[in-house]
Ligand binder design. Structure first.
Ligand code: NAG
Length: 260
């Protein structure tokens, strides 16, 4: 019994040492490769500052501003009953450098829209700097419908026309609320190339190919004054082949050249 003991010990000792060595080696390899790839990714974004590529080669890409601190252009939109929360969001997002367009859609009553327009007009800081405007020719906006996109583009056009040299466009809903101050946000953005777009997206559209890409929808917001949801036509179309479809988050920050 006593002579057997040391032999048993040896039997498991060698595999243990070997597996320990192997796992340490593996840990080293993963730590080393992941840190080197993430640092090279960081390096790439810092260096890349070239002009964005557009499919239309004749499209003139305007230069981004040289101002050391960027400016943001916001669209804050809401509907019936959102007037008060829209004011709250606007106050929380307000910064003298930025530009703002606020929009209550046609489902909101005329009084509610007037009330918002008055608020914008009577706030001393807003009038002094003139960087907040209410979209007076309101649109009817249907969630998920093309009128949502047209409304966004309408506001972007207004901000181009009246908003001067802003660098990024952000569209928010009245119910959104910032988690960082505008000073902090502008500070962080001041070191980032002005032509970068921020949007979560993927070309792996999964179930959306059948549920979103193939159905043909009608947006009542295009012809009716009464708000109702989009509705589906019985016919389906095939997935477009001339371009690739992506899906992503509703929250985004798009560069001025991209919006242009
Ligand atoms: C921003 O605009 C896009 C395009 O119109 C829309 O799909 C998205 O829902 C909007 N995001 C918010 C937060 O309103």
């Amino acid at each position: 019994m006593e002579t057997n003991k040391p032999q048993k010990k040896k039997k498991w000792f060698l595999p243990l040492v070997l597996s320990l060595l192997l796992s340490t080696l593996l840990i080293f390899i993963t730590v080393f490769t992941s840190s080197s790839s993430s640092s090279s990714r960081l390096y790439k974004t810092r260096v890349k500052n070239e002009l964005p590529h557009f499919v239309e080669s004749k499209l003139k890409v305007s230069a981004t501003s040289k101002d050391p601190v960027p400016r943001l252009a916001y669209l804050i939109s809401g509907s019936k009953g959102d007037g008060e929360s829209l004011k709250r969001t606007l106050k929380a997002l307000y910064h003298p450098r930025n530009q703002y367009a606020v929009h209550l859609d046609l489902e909101a009553s005329a009084e509610e829209r007037m009330d918002l327009a008055k608020f914008v007009k009577n706030e001393p800081l807003f009038t002094k700097l003139g960087n907040v405007r209410a979209v007076v020719r309101a649109n009817l906006v249907t969630y998920r419908g093309p009128t949502m996109v047209t409304n966004t583009l309408h506001a972007a056009a207004i901000l181009f026309k009246e908003g001067g040299d802003w660098d990024w466009f952000i569209n928010l809903s009245a119910s959104d609320y910032p988690l960082v101050t505008q000073d902090d946000l502008l500070h962080v953005l001041s070191s980032i190339p002005r032509n970068l777009n921020f949007i979560e997206h993927t070309s792996d559209i999964g179930w959306k190919e059948n549920q979103r890409a193939k159905p043909v929808i009608i947006d009542p917001g295009l012809y009716s004054l009464q708000k109702s949801d989009v509705f589906w036509v019985s016919e389906k179309r095939s997935v477009p082949t001339a371009y690739k479809l992506f899906t992503g988050s509703a929250w985004m920050m798009l560069s001025r050249p991209f919006i242009e």
